[in-house]
Design a protein around this ligand. Sequence first.
Ligand SMILES: [Zn+2]
Length: 126
Amino acid sequence: MATHKCFCDTGLPFENCCGLYLENNQKVPTALALMRSRYSAYATHNAEYLLETTYISERKYYSKTEILKWGAANKWQKLEILSFTENTVEFKAYFLNSDNKPQTHYEFSTFKFENNAWFYVDGKFE
Ligand SMILES: [Zn+2]
């Protein structure tokens, strides 16, 4: 199988990067790796993964249909990590919307480590 570069910003082949978590069910080691894999999940329309990695008490705010609609309507171009700590990631995601207009999604995300796994809790947008 031909290798292709991961959707996120690492420049690594997909199967050595987010593919480990999206396709091989490996545990994500850090909040930053989880954020990257969630970006790649948007790019590959993997709503299942996005819900599973959302913190349980926050899941009610998301629906698979809405995630899919948003993920699939946009063409994901580039991820840029602005800063991160052990449990936060600040990033910009660049995409083309359904009218092919370039857009930027800015987010300061918070993550939580529980039951041996990282979860996305919520984000601040500007
Ligand atoms: Zn990746």
